[in-house]
Design a protein around this ligand. Structure first.
Ligand SMILES: [Zn+2]
Length: 406
């Protein structure tokens, strides 16, 4: 075998082993080297070498050695939350959000603004300015940036960082990475690759990487807002599908003769449970989530009925997804998740009373604990995922088909 392949393979193997160690420390803070060796199957010497490297680079820190029995004291290992920083931002349909996080997912600095975007160039320029402000803060600028990601409300061609279409903004063919790169000047970003990801996929990564529950099976994330999208994580990777469009669950048909959808058909999930649909059913077009919340608090019967009905359709959608993916977890995120129990209780009840009992019982349905920050944190999680996971080529079909009309 040519030596170049051998060195490539050994570098890949090392990256895989480092990622495995970091994943185990994240799942079991305080784990010791001997246990890492047992769980990874690596020799103790290899584990020690890799842990030493990861400590030097700022990924891991050692705690106080613990005596257990008569053997040598074991040193607990933790993710180091003091030296590295992850940076993520989301361009939402009517807001922008930029965050800096430590390795455990804790927000160190943030800029959030509700806004009507003038156009892609101006919107991304404003997002870049927010990111620069986040990076300039004292507790961030003293750290090394290990990842930078941006989440957007449309499908993304990962190779070029281009968004072929943003349906709810009416934009087409936006070179997100190029536009952001041209606007980001902070020296701390020198040499950092910007990762662009669809916001629902980013939300799914937020839960799989920073969620408090270890994940052993598929995770389905629902992004509920003006658009309705889905992100599916299987085996530690986002499922992108043949053309890169997997997860467009907003256009699953829930009611064949239902209301018209912007995709041209009728009765899609988005036309029944999207923000505009709920707003119209509540009797007033273009209500914000805050408007809907205040109407709910004021006991407005039309809004209660609209949210209840949307919740029931959401339950049907969740039931369909549970039967398709047999997920360990279904996470509900996006702005509409802020409506809380008024939306989520009817959804859970409807999902639980449909289909195969065992399948439905296996899936935990929970609200995303990151609220409106899920997309921005997820963008940072996407960058962390890329930093830790060996590069895998995307399917050729994805690059070929990306940008075709959907
Ligand atoms: Zn549709």
């Amino acid at each position: 075998m040519p030596s170049v392949l051998l060195s490539g393979d050994s570098a890949l193997l090392k990256q895989l082993n480092r990622a495995a160690i970091l994943r185990l420390v994240r799942r079991a803070p305080g784990i010791a080297r001997a246990e890492l060796s047992r769980r990874t199957g690596l020799t103790k010497a290899t584990v020690s070498t890799l842990v030493q490297e990861l400590e030097l680079e700022g990924w891991l820190r050692a705690g106080t050695p613990q005596h257990a029995g008569s053997g040598r004291p074991a040193t607990p290992l933790y993710l180091d939350d003091t030296r590295l920083v992850l940076v993520g931002a989301e361009l939402g349909a009517d807001y922008r959000n930029a965050v800096a996080l430590d390795l455990t997912g804790r927000i160190l600095s943030q800029r959030y603004a509700r806004t009507d975007h003038a156009g892609p160039e101006a919107a991304l320029a404003a997002l870049a300015t927010d990111l620069e402000a986040v990076l300039a803060e004292e507790r961030v600028r003293t750290r090394r940036v290990v990842g930078l990601g941006v989440a957007v409300p449309g499908p993304v061609h990962a190779g070029s960082g281009r968004m072929p279409v943003a349906p709810n903004l009416g934009w087409t063919d936006v070179p997100v990475r190029d536009l952001m790169d041209a606007r980001l000047h902070s020296p701390t970003l020198e040499g950092t690759l910007l990762h662009v990801e669809n916001e629902a996929n980013a939300g799914a990564l937020t839960e799989s990487i920073f969620g408090i529950h270890p994940l052993d099976g598929p995770l389905v994330y629902l992004s509920l807002g003006v658009g309705v999208g889905g992100g599916i994580v299987m085996g530690d990777r986002v499922f992108h599908g043949y053309g890169g469009y997997a997860g467009e669950i907003g256009h699953l048909t829930l009611l064949p003769d239902g209301p018209g959808c912007r995709c041209g058909t009728r009765g899609c999930a988005e036309a029944l449970i999207g923000q505009r649909a709920i707003s119209a059913a509540a009797g007033s077009p273009d209500l914000s989530v805050d408007d809907l919340l205040s109407r709910l608090r004021a006991g407005d019967p039309a809004t209660h009925a609209a949210v209840q009905r949307a919740g029931e359709y959401l339950g049907i959608l969740i039931s369909n997804l549970i039967h398709t993916f047999n997920p360990q977890m279904v996470v509900l995120g996006g702005p509409l998740a802020e409506l809380g129990d008024a939306l989520l209780e009817p959804a859970c009840q409807e999902a639980r009373r449909r289909g195969l009992h065992r399948l439905v019982e296996q899936a935990q349905i929970r609200r995303c604990r990151y609220g409106r920050d899920a997309g921005a944190i997820g963008a940072a999680a996407r960058a962390l995922h890329a930093a830790l996971s060996p590069a895998m080529p995307e399917p050729a079909s994805w690059a070929e088909h990306m940008g075709e009309p959907v």
